[in-house]
Design a protein. Structure first.
Length: 148
């Protein structure tokens, strides 16, 4: 049965929030594939680029077939939960089709832009509120260049 709400959480450990309940995609490579697709929701990610990133530039024999298997696994997993979410094959790659506001990283970017706009307009308090809302989307330890 499809969920009423599905949120993609990429700001911290990758997870889906299905009707407010955390669901972790199965398997490291399917999770990594989902993370890559979340970076560019609603845009085609080239198959060769996905393969290169999933295997850090050293793809195994049969990487295309393995990628198709991971896409199948993700489609199956997403199909269990998600209304309005599709993983489509398009133009030599794949696109995760989902409303951008359902992805925390994209919501963060929108809130940061809103905060900057408000700050330029002289609304420091409302800008700070937008920035705080964006920062509140982050889960887990904050990463800095020194901690990576």
């Amino acid at each position: 049965m499809a969920a009423d709400t599905v949120k993609f959480r990429a700001l911290g450990p990758l997870e889906l929030a299905v009707d407010g309940r955390a669901v972790t995609p199965r398997g490291a490579k399917p999770r990594a594939l989902l993370a890559l697709l979340l970076l560019d929701v609603n845009r085609v990610c080239e198959r060769d680029l996905l393969i290169d990133r999933l295997w850090a530039g050293r793809p195994p024999e049969g990487a295309r077939a393995t990628l198709r298997a991971y896409v199948y696994q993700l489609r199956k997993e997403l199909g269990r939960f998600a209304n309005g979410v599709a993983l489509a094959a398009r133009g030599g790659g794949y696109a995760l089709e989902v409303a951008a506001e359902e992805v925390d990283a994209h919501r963060f970017e929108a809130l940061a832009a809103e905060g900057r706009r408000r700050l330029r307009g002289g609304g420091s308090e409302t800008a700070a509120a937008a920035f705080r809302e964006g920062l509140d989307l982050w889960r887990g330890p904050r990463r800095t260049p020194a901690s990576t």
